[in-house]
Design a protein around this ligand. Structure first.
Ligand code: ZN
Length: 62
């Protein structure tokens, strides 16, 4: 599953419940897209037209 800003920004990050760093990235994703409608949906529904911004978020933290 991914957390995605499908309607506005067309960006997503993959949800990994086991990875503690992932929790932080998801929080940052939510802050970045504050007020935007976010969806938790399968990767297959977004990968063709949304951009994975995990690396971008990760780079801004570490
Ligand atoms: Zn957004």
């Amino acid at each position: 599953m991914v957390k995605a800003c499908v309607l506005k920004c067309k960006e997503y990050i993959i949800i990994d419940p086991i990875d503690p760093n992932n929790q932080n990235l998801i929080k940052m994703f939510e802050i970045r897209h504050l007020g935007h409608p976010l969806a938790t949906i399968p990767l297959s529904e977004v990968k063709d037209y949304c951009k994975n911004i995990e690396n971008e978020l990760f780079a801004s933290v570490y």
